[in-house]
Structure formats: C-alpha cells, structure tokens
Design a protein around this ligand. Sequence first.
Ligand SMILES: C[S@@+](CC[C@H](N)C(=O)[O-])C[C@H]1O[C@@H](n2cnc3c(N)ncnc32)[C@H](O)[C@@H]1O
Length: 228
Amino acid sequence: MVLVGRCVQTVVVEQPARLTGPMGWWESRVVPRLVDVSLRGHEIGAWRAACCTGLRGGVLEIGFGSGLNTRFYPTEVGSVDAVEPSDRGWAMSERRRAKSATDVRRVGLDGQRLRADDAAYDSVLCTFTLCTIPDPALALSEVRRVLRPGGRLHLLEHGRAEDPRVQRWQRRLEPVQRRVAGGCHLTRDPIELATAAGFDVNVIRQAYLLPQRAAAPMAWGHLATATC
Ligand SMILES: C[S@@+](CC[C@H](N)C(=O)[O-])C[C@H]1O[C@@H](n2cnc3c(N)ncnc32)[C@H](O)[C@@H]1O
C-alpha cells in the first residue's frame, strides 16, 4: 500500500501461483521443458509459420511459453505483449527473445484477466494454450475485449479429433494428460470455443500435426483466424 498525502492507493502486483509438493515441482520445473521439447519440431514449426502469417501491429500473445513463435513473427509486427504464468517458461524464452527482431515484453500472467484497455491490440496470437487455460471461454471473451474492431485472433491448437476412435482415446487419456501436462485437455474444440465466444472463425486447416500414429490423440490440429 502506498500513502500519498491523504489519498490511499493500493498497488496490486500480480504474482505467479506458487506450486508446492511433488506435483508443484513437476509443473513448475518439468512441464515447461516437456512442452518446449514436444512443440519445437519442424513439422509443428510449419504450422506455427502459417499461424503467424498476417500478424501485424501491436500483438498480444497469450500463453507465450518458451517463445517458440518468436522466429515466425512477420516484419509487420511492431511489438509483442506476452502473457505467461510460468517463470520457468519465460526464462527459457530469453535466448529466443534476444534473437528476435521484435520487441517482446511480459505484460501479465493470466489470459483470463488481461490488464489491457479495450481495443488495445491489432492482433492476438494463441498457440496450444486454449487446451491448458483453466477457463478458455473467459480468456476468449478477454481476447475479444482487447482486440480492436477488425483485429484478428490467430489460433493454432490441438484438440478434439474428428475420428470417433481417436476421440475415444482422447477421452480415456485426458485425465492422465491433465495431470502430467500442466492441465492440458485433449477433448476441447477450439473452433467451437471461439465460435461460442462470438468470433467469426475462418478455419484454415484441420489435420494431424505429427505423422506418428501413437501421437494422434494429442495431435489433431486446428489452424484458424477469427474476427469479431
Ligand atoms: C502447451 S503450452 C504452449 C506454449 C506456447 N504457446 C507454445 O505454442 O509453445 C501452454 C501454455 O499456456 C500457459 N498458460 C497456462 N495457464 C495460462 C493462463 N491462465 N493464462 C495464460 N497462459 C497460460 C502455460 O504456462 C504454457 O506456457
């Protein structure tokens, strides 16, 4: 609390959630590395490049992770405001941020409560984050609020597959996936979520992100842009 004359002003500082116990250690130390290793390959890189195409101006990236999108930012991007709760993920992104020609700063910890004015951004980038964010509908309503009229959300997510057999595996594996992968869901449908949030969604591609059959439940990819 800061006292100024007779005014009393409360300064709220966002703090990352403190994760304790063995699962806390796993989530804060191991999950960011697992995510980095499993999502940095060149097959997924090609999807990332496609997702970043058309980003412009002031960009908000929610769930910035270890900065795997930085190399795909187009030159039309002026700056990137990153929202990322994991200090470890943010620290892991340092080298990638340093190499990037785009200025990136961390502006928050929670995509469900953005500390930005209405209509503050030209574009929002969200890759492999709606699967993990606890309340994706709330996050998407915040994204709508902070996008300027005519601005665009660029989405790349994994989620519910179209093949019923894969869907069955996704339902079976989801409880384990949530525990070991930091709350990641397999059965969410990002296109449905964005549509329900009031976006006009343009689906660009839906296909497996990786060729390995065993990865199918984790790897049904959705690439889209959305306007409101
Ligand atoms: C699977 S990782 C993807 C990371 C990165 N977007 C990428 O494409 O490599 C999911 C990310 O969402 C972040 N996340 C989890 N909860 C979040 C929240 N409430 N707000 C913003 N990001 C969140 C995690 O810390 C993690 O970095």
